[in-house]
Design a protein around this ligand. Sequence first.
Ligand SMILES: *[C@@H]1O[C@H](CO)[C@@H](O)[C@H](O)[C@H]1NC(C)=O
Length: 467
Amino acid sequence: MDVVKDEEKPLHIVMFPWLAFGHMIPYLELAKLIAQKGHQVSYVSTPRNIERLPKLPPNIAPLINFVKLPMPKVDNLPQNAEATTDIPYHVVQYLKNAFDKLEKPLTHFLQSSNVDWIFHDFAPFWLGPVASKLGIKCAFFSIFTAPLIGFMGPLSVLMGNDPGRTKPEDFIVTPPWVPFQTTVAYRYFEIMKIADILSNENPGGYSDIYRLCYCMHHCETILIRGCTKFEPEWFQVLQNIHNKPVVPVGQLPSMSIEYSNEDNTWSWIKEWLEKKPHSSVLYVAFGSEAKPSQEEVTNIALGLEESKVPFFWVLRVQRGPTDNEVLQLPEGFDERTKGHGVVCTDWVPQMKILGHVAIGGFLTHAGWTSVVEAVQNEKPLVLMTFLADQGINARVLEEKKMGYSVPRDERDGSFTSNSVAASIRLVMTEEDGRIYREKIKEMKDLFANTTLQDNYIDNLLNHLRSL
Ligand SMILES: *[C@@H]1O[C@H](CO)[C@@H](O)[C@H](O)[C@H]1NC(C)=O
């Protein structure tokens, strides 16, 4: 651990992520790295979210102060729902209403805590003026990558002052502020699935684009999960379109993550994997938030069967207890794949599974934490996107040949079991897919080198002190 020099007072930094595990986990990783440098970190969320975070290593646990703000009550939000993973997609707007009601208790905490900086997510559009009044500086920490934030564009476009970003079709082409050739854009079916982020006539109040826009408008600096060697041209785009510093914080590889219920779960999974040949098993998981449709699940299942590749599939059959669209596997699927594949509907230690030698590929939704964990473990990717930033992530991975997207219908995103099977075989075993297996290995140093990651944190802390 580096100890802060006497003449430099440690900073007190507050972490305030959006209520989704895909956000809370990278915020926690960054919190750990900063706390290890001798700074004071307060991690703010609601009680049930904090209780569900991974355990911290004993040397770091005392360095992070967890602040549990009571979950505000709002209409239409089920009891005990505190994160996106607890509720169906169409209920997330009410979670945002509840999140906005954290303004008062958060302000109260900030007033009484001598805070230097608050690192916030895309959601609290109201935070900038509050922090400014208290003399606290704001950093927008984007768990979204540089290509996603670059693709979203300058504030004038986000504010809707510029013509050109009003229809879904505007999101499927390279925008004018991107000066190089790239395939990075949404596909039609991807943008249609998230059309609600574009609309300010959202019953939840404010669109995600509105939120992102005001968070970027008010902050002193923009911090991005990523590294300049991986995506230099996109960091350049960000420098060009935003009138404020843009600082990469590294890929935040998962380090020594442990969950409290981990040991029991891991022992049976390990036992199952031990019986399989090296690099023979496909790991299938779509993160804590993405939930495929019933038709998609059926085709994924039949595709897995057709591929003849052994698989370990983590399938969330519902988003929280109030989700009544429970996913079903095809009839007879369990018997036909017995011994050959596992479908697990509970939480699993993903990093441990990906680290096992039996795993030879990863069918993923392309959430960036999953991507980073795959690169750390050198597992090539088969991509199937569902929501949010996943489409843009997938384009980046396709361009860099780190992953191959299952072919889909451009208009409705549908796909066949046949194309699932062919994509799996391509990435895992066929000669034509060798490039995916090689490229993912090449990227490991860029994503998981601890010296490099450490340099990003030093650079970040110097940057914060310079403002
Ligand atoms: C990590 O990066 C540093 C600096 O570029 C380099 O010297 C070192 O060899 C790398 N470590 C590994 C394990 O590749």
